[in-house]
Ligand binder design. Sequence first.
Ligand SMILES: NC(=O)c1ccc[n+]([C@@H]2O[C@H](COP(=O)([O-])OP(=O)(O)OC[C@H]3O[C@@H](n4cnc5c(N)ncnc54)[C@H](OP(=O)(O)O)[C@@H]3O)[C@@H](O)[C@H]2O)c1
Length: 293
Amino acid sequence: MKILLIGASGQLGGELLRHNPGHEIVAPPRTLCDLERPGQCAALIAAERPDVVINCAAFHDLPACEGDPASAFRINCVAVRDLARACVAVGARLVTFSTDYVFGGARSVSWQELDAPQPLQVYGISRLAGEYAALAEAPDAALVIRTCGLYAQQGSRSRGGNFVLARMREALAGERIEMACEQIVSPTSAADLAHAVFALIAHPDAAPGVYHLVNEGACSWYEFTCEIVRLLGAPAEVVAVDRGARSGAMRRPLYSALANTRAAALGIRLRPWRAALAAFVESTSRGGAPLKS
Ligand SMILES: NC(=O)c1ccc[n+]([C@@H]2O[C@H](COP(=O)([O-])OP(=O)(O)OC[C@H]3O[C@@H](n4cnc5c(N)ncnc54)[C@H](OP(=O)(O)O)[C@@H]3O)[C@@H](O)[C@H]2O)c1
């Protein structure tokens, strides 16, 4: 299979390259495939004629999206529509990612793929619009994968790393860590997600539409942080705080854990979050380098 990978320098992009089971992957740098330059990625798709385009790029700095809705919609929705259109033109499938932040309503069980979304901020609204755009433009060829709380050895450049690496550094420094106890999520290893993505695109019965791919289970950021500290045996104190799922005026979902039902029906599941986190902390502690600021 020939794959065009957009956003290869990011957390998930890096893990897709690392765990490639043998596909031909073309991974252009952002300068050659920038979602902000209309027509550039479409021209590359037309020239490369891949079987699958995997789009890992997004504008996912939440406060920045809130302050610049036009850019959020241009990158997270209009550019995704253009990718879908370019894929249809060459008969390629499009795999594009979305977020748990399309949900927002009150809840205490994990959201399934067909549950009604209710985004609470510009970021979530622009991602949901991107989902609709991909599926409207390429109803037979688009797979939209929602995921949550990604972490990898190589952190996100735009987000300055990731949650797990930051908490590991604080824990090893013996800091007092204040962490939100009111937001329930499904934190996910980007490596585990990469394996699941390859399994999904290779599966003969993987129909177009929305999928939830996350490490199984749900926890608060506080509980997740306590587990990081426990795994490290670090001297840090973790303090639960409840900020009402708000960052200033911006609202975040109180409950955005995702349930994988569609991929699971095809036999594609990610392991429970505790097992994925334990493996990550163990290998990162052994490697050491990502923990230096
Ligand atoms: N990280 C999470 O916690 C999380 C949670 C839910 C959903 N997701 C979604 O999962 C997907 C992968 O996330 P990730 O954590 O791997 O993201 P990431 O580490 O921030 O990587 C994003 C990639 O996209 C590239 N990119 C950004 N803007 C671009 C543009 N305008 N044109 C072309 N490339 C651009 C980045 O390039 P640079 O390296 O140059 O910045 C980077 O290679 C995204 O759709 C994300 O929104 C992530």
